[in-house]
Design a protein around this ligand. Structure first.
Ligand SMILES: Nc1ncnc2c1ncn2[C@@H]1O[C@H](COP(=O)(O)OP(=O)(O)OP(=O)(O)O)[C@@H](O)[C@H]1O
Ligand SMILES: [Mg+2]
Length: 507
């Protein structure tokens, strides 16, 4: 290779059969070296320090610039010092950047603090099976080293359960047996802190809790087609206040369930009818008929026994990872049960993260985000609020979706819901784009203002191997990253394992 570069034009012509034109004299060695240098094929076009004339030194580059087309392996040899945009080496070490060969680290909170981006929110897009969940699992596992806890806000396919179990914890699995039940109005971690708070703090926390419950009940009604009014919410708040004992001055909160709320709405106490300024009991019952029936559907029918009684599983709110596995209810009870479970879990997640110690960062993962987005405007608004408040609440929200149109399926075209849902994309500074098909890649490129080269990466390079993605952080140039899994991680995250073992003819 090195000798080829040193061959002179004469040598080359001789090699390919031409007779030498110069006389076969034998010049002095120094003279011959100078002559050979002069005749080299890859002559520099300018002297080493540029031409000795004004404006022609090192700095100016003659236009048009030379264009090289070669494989990345060859280009690497031609431009050995080419490096990608340096990312701070902090946080989870995800894999490597094939352009520079350097390790790729990611810590969204640190990136915000270093002015790389404005928010720690993350969105992951990719065709099914390209490695979205594995990339997310690798990230949250590696962030645990820094004391960052994770909540999987509804694991519809049970993809994170092997990871939770590998870490020595049990996911909350609904639907496995009829004994597993979650109280939609669970006091959560609040009950263990309650006694240690001052009266003022108790009053503040109670207001927050009731607000969350009212939102939850309204969202549950909404998921079944009833839109709550301000009056509905005021009455629900009053009913809940009475049920937990806040109106009769009890110092400890009384546990309550959806069954209690339903009973109160179906058979209201005369004081409630009077306090809420209804003309008669009949008027009250007529006004609340649809919301009462919506809550009733959680007590009888396919959802019976899931959310309508005291919680039967012990939830460790201090575990490094907490997940609610919904794969069983999807099989046995259908999509509506999933919708309700996701709504309940969203409320729980808010309670758990609100009460964490100051300074603690928590990752909240919403895999298959199209499901909560289809629950209605309240669910969309909850995700919107989470993304907007993430910096203040020290959360790292992660949304996982297949394609941008997942965000448009929440309502009629042009509706306010669709507008809010579309804005969710803009609220995520970091976009992780795994392999895509042609149509969706161009849809993504339009929505996220990708360059042609970046679009090509999602169409080509990212599709060639699992875990390859373009990491686009705000307006910085997209970084190609191959996420690397250790053999143990590969075994634990292997969502194809079931497929493999179930295929006839396999060993
Ligand atoms: N970086 C990686 N290296 C090696 N294997 C990987 C990598 N990422 C994912 N895989 C493997 O690819 C398969 C699919 O991955 P994963 O379940 O994460 O995809 P997904 O995009 O979440 O799919 P779905 O959309 O169906 O949920 C799994 O068997 C996983 O082990
Ligand atoms: Mg997945």
């Amino acid at each position: 290779m090195s000798t080829r570069h040193q061959r002179s034009t004469q040598d080359l012509l001789a090699t390919f059969g031409a007779s030498p034109t110069s006389p076969p004299s034998s010049p002095q060695p120094q003279q011959r070296a100078r002559q050979e240098r002069r005749e080299r094929l890859n002559q520099p076009r300018a002297p080493r320090c540029g031409r000795a004339e004004r404006g022609a030194g090192w700095a100016p580059v003659e236009a048009p610039l030379a264009v090289y087309q070669a494989s990345t392996a060859d280009i690497g040899g031609l431009f050995p010092l080419l490096a990608s945009e340096p990312m701070p080496a902090v946080g989870a070490r995800m894999g490597y950047d094939p352009l520079s060969g350097g390790a790729f680290h990611f810590h969204p909170i640190e990136l915000v603090l270093r002015n790389w981006c404005t928010n720690p929110n993350l969105i992951v897009f990719g065709e099914p099976g390209t490695g979205k969940s594995s990339t997310v699992a690798a990230f949250l596992l590696r962030m645990m080293v820094f004391g960052v806890r994770t909540l999987i806000s509804g694991d519809v396919k049970g993809e994170y359960s092997p990871l939770v179990r590998a870490l020595g914890y049990e996911p909350i699995e609904l639907g496995r047996s009829r004994q597993t039940r979650i109280n939609a109005l669970d006091l959560g971690p609040l009950s263990s802190h309650w006694e240690s708070w001052t009266v003022t703090r108790q009053r503040e926390e109670l207001d927050g809790l009731l607000g969350r419950w009212v939102t939850l009940l309204s969202a549950l009604a909404e998921a079944q087609g009833h839109r709550c009014t301000v009056t509905d919410e005021a009455v629900l708040s009053q009913v809940l206040r009475q049920l937990v004992g806040a109106t009769d001055g009890t110092t400890r909160l009384r546990p309550t369930t959806i069954v209690d709320v339903h009973a109160e709405l179906a058979d209201p106490a005369p004081t409630l009818v009077r306090e809420m300024r209804f003309g008669s009991r009949g008027q009250f019952l007529d006004h609340f008929r649809s919301i009462t029936d919506a809550l009733g559907n959680l007590i009888v029918g396919p959802l019976a026994g899931l959310f309508d009684g005291p919680t039967t599983v012990a939830v460790d709110w201090n575990a490094p990872i907490q997940s609610m596995d919904l794969s069983r209810i999807r099989e046995s009870r259908g999509d509506q049960a999933i919708a309700v479970a996701l709504t309940c879990l969203g409320s729980w997640a808010a309670a758990a993260t609100d009460l964490r110690p100051a300074g603690e960062i928590r990752i909240v993962v919403r895999d298959e985000v199209w499901r909560p987005l289809r629950l209605g405007p309240r669910a969309v608004a909850a995700i919107d609020a989470e993304l907007r408040l993430s910096r203040a609440e020290q959360k790292i929200p992660i949304l996982v979706a297949h394609k941008p149109s997942d965000f448009l399926a929440s309502g009629a075209a042009g509706s306010q819901e669709v507008a809010i849902t579309k804005d969710l994309l803009a609220l995520c500074s970091t976009r992780v784009l795994l392999g895509q098909s042609t149509r969706i890649a161009s849809e993504l490129a339009d929505e996220l203002a990708l360059t042609d080269a970046e679009e090509d990466v999602t169409l080509g390079w990212a599709n060639e191997r699992k875990g390859r993605a373009l990491w686009k952080i705000e307006n910085h140039r997209g970084i190609k990253v191959q996420t690397v899994l250790s053999p143990t991680e590969r075994r634990v995250f292997d969502t194809n394992a079931q497929l493999r073992s179930g295929t006839p003819g396999r060993g």
